[in-house]
Design a protein around this ligand. Sequence first.
Ligand code: HEC
Length: 288
Amino acid sequence: MKPILLILAATLPVATAAPDGKQLFTMNCSACHLLDQMVVGPSLVEMRGIYDGKPDEFVKWSIAPQKKRPGAIDMPSMVHVGEEGLRAIYAHVMEVSKGAVEKKAEKGDPYAASPTQAARPQVMRIFMPDASPASIAVALDDINSLCWDAGSSRLRYAWTGGFIDGFPYWKGNGNGLAKLLGPVRYTEETSPFGADAEVKFLGYRLEGGLPVFRYTVAGRMVTESYAPVAEGMGFVRSFTVVTPEPLVLDFPEQSGVTVAADKGKLEGGKLALTPAEAAAFTLTFSLK
Ligand code: HEC
């Protein structure tokens, strides 16, 4: 499984100008490393004990992790973060672990609960059911979550209830799939830009903990960002598309799903937009 993980990781560039150690840590490491207790991997306190004053060794480990602790899963290589990014993560780890003390380990998956219970990442790269291995799980709030597939640059599905239980995945050295903690209520079979759309994933950044995905469709820049609905089940999805021509996007009608668009004409599951409207528009998906 390990070589496959390496290749997939390389297809998920992280969009940052100057590397932000804290953000890079959240996106790439926080799923398995907590400040002061061993979960899937050792705590930052333990890392500090081993790597304080040794940034080169820290980077080396992160690019080519070893099998060291009995019973722990294999840490996937973090080569996709890049040396500069790993150095920024190193600085962040050393900074936040200063003066912190190790707590006793707890049993089970510390993340298998409502997303807001712990200061948990809202965005997690993990193997998800019914999606390509390059998937990103996003918890919008307590009840609304979605799976965005970086492999095909599109939303796969949204579910409600709890977020995910990552333990089957971590325990299986990447073979297992994360388990959704609630029913899927919305699915998309193809990209709204069309099944044959030529898409290229460019990465994502976090704004207020929520992801903004960037990709191109037939060479045109697209951003797609997500936010929770004010109340109840659903999600708000905002696009920016740079296009010289009018655009028609597919959001096939589904039972239990009501879609509203703030721009363009939405009819029979098709949203028609002028280039000016396509520059920034928002859809609200209400789920039943
Ligand atoms: C999927 C889970 C996972 C992710 C994500 C992950 N790690 Fe790890 N990490 C582990 C595990 C498991 C170990 C312990 C491996 C062992 O000891 O055999 C570990 C160990 C480490 C260690 C200790 C090395 C040592 O010498 O003992 C460091 C440092 C580390 N990880 C850094 C990182 C950094 C930096 C990132 C993000 C860029 C990251 N890890 C992402 C699971 C992960």
